[in-house]
Design a protein around this ligand. Sequence first.
Ligand code: BTN
Length: 252
Amino acid sequence: MNGGDFNGAAAGFPEPFRLFVRESVESTNDEVRELARMGAPDGVVVLAERQTAGRGRRGAAWFSPPGESLAFSILVKPPEPKALWPRLALAAGLAVAEALESSGLTAGIKWPNDVWLGGKKAAGILVEAGADFAVVGIGLNVNSTEFPEGVRGIATSMRIEAEREFERGEVLAEIIRRFAIRRAQIDRDFEELIAAVRVRCVLTGKQVALLTAGGPKTGIVEGIAPGGELLLRTTDGLERLMQADEVRVLGD
Ligand code: BTN
């Protein structure tokens, strides 16, 4: 890994963010959780070049090829009530989308927090809460061109979409700068955050199939509610979905 690149990036972090770079870990989310248990402060960021057990939502494996992608986790100790912490996932997805846009790309958000480029997934976010902290894990395909068989066809990278390479440190610093702004909006300024998510929501107007805690659902997405829930028009009426394990756009 080019550690110098990341050191330069860390110099561009706003307060209180601090970067720790690791060559190889099982999962950066686990590293950050451990640091939190040892009393690490809000804003610690652990980035790893290699994850041997990187994970995504629903227990899926997360593939992040060394030297080509970004895999990092942020320790957040939110002053807001715990009920609002799930909103950190929206804040993180938006921060990634905005950072991609500042690199000249057109990004979309696939609620709740996948970031899309050109109709495919470029980044995923895994938020895990502890007693008094949350871990925001972000995986972003920056310069990758190959993907494992299971996700080939649905995954993309910044490089594939822009047909050029990107400096990972610069992308990282921009994500952290955007996240610093958006994470402060999960309570009083949430309307502003949601408005920015809405205009990037790739599901609005689409027919989708979802797996929710209440079972599978299909319907047409009408948008995102003021609380961040997905508004789904089903045969039973308009439903507000807090979470979904899997969201599939039908007819794509
Ligand atoms: C998803 O889309 O399923 C979420 C993927 C989250 C991957 C990131 S990579 C950094 C952090 N460490 C992990 O083990 N997972 C997250």
